[in-house]
Design a protein around this ligand. Sequence first.
Ligand code: PLP
Length: 396
Amino acid sequence: MQNYLTPNFSFAPMIPERALGSRVWDIGGREYIDLSGGIAVNALGHCHPDLVAALAEQSQKLWHISNIYTTQPAQDLAKKLVENTFADKVFFCNSGAEANEAALKLARKHGRDRFGENKHEIVACLNSFHGRTLFTVSVGGQPKYSQDYAPLPQGIRHVPFNDVEALKAAVGGQTCAVIIEPIQGESGILPATREYLEAAREMCDRHGALLIFDEVQTGMGHTGKLFAYEHYGVVPDILSSAKALGGGFPIGAILTTDQIASTFGPGTHGSTFGGNPMACAVGSRAFDIINAPETLAHVETQGKKLQTALAALGKKTGVFEEIRGMGLLIGCVLAGPYKGRAGEITAAALKHGLMVLVAGANVVRLAPSLLLSDEDMEEGLKRLEAALEGWLEANH
Ligand SMILES: *Cc1c(COP(=O)(O)O)cnc(C)c1O
């Protein structure tokens, strides 16, 4: 197939055409088990009938109207997010990067309005990932994503993840926000420690800074709770969400309190598409299914099963030295001799009819549908085992 797209993506050698649940078929009709979930997006698998119905129904009513107006679907989804979290207000946008951009802008303005322009510094973690806009690549802790785009936004400080002392040393009177992924996703499915998030909360309270949790990847049920912060008992001031929020339809959001939200007065921030009725109608239906106790319980059960099976497979083949993560957001850490080769494993898996992800070069990542069945899990594990054995043999 001729590629007319810019070469910033290196596409896999198969071309998907249609999908249902945790199965995908390519243009040649070959079937794959999908344990990647479109990078933690398709939380209810592909083409969930309730989401298809919500989309079809809304598409007959109203597609787009702009933020000159509010709509029932936007208010419905916001109400559900508010009633099930710490938050009082929601801002909708279209992606994770936009959500973090809004969170960071809100924190800067909040600091400036209350304490003056010196209160602008953002503290972020090394190896973190917050999106691809200029501000979010600058705040993200991976220079490879920002260095080619200098000059970069200023007033950003990076500290090692999970290092309480370094965090305490970095947060001060000029800090307007600390931004943390409760589980670092792109850089390896690395959970924060409870002490770290508690220290971040305490430092923010002490210095009048806002605590931002980037839950773009960890949110919407992937860890077995609606949002990962609930596992830690540490409540942020702003939470960003996207990825699974729309169950496959593009949408992003930030959640915050009334007091902080009031910083965003009329005209201070905006979005043409943000909160559009199509995205919100699908997101609203997805929310109901994801937040149902039986779905979250299923995530916990299936997460345990999958993590246990992966640990056994890691031991048997010697390829994985550790399985980490929460619920169905899982990282398989490559053992010593295989470090740096996660990409080869995802390629081998694809050849065996299995879609998995990398999270950095040392971790194979799984973020399957929250509704993953035993049958699909077992078939996926069978294909992974065959892929690992074939790959090991070829690399003898
Ligand atoms: C994917 C991701 C983003 C960026 O989301 P986009 O929708 O690609 O802009 C931001 N933060 C985290 C933690 C992510 O995993």
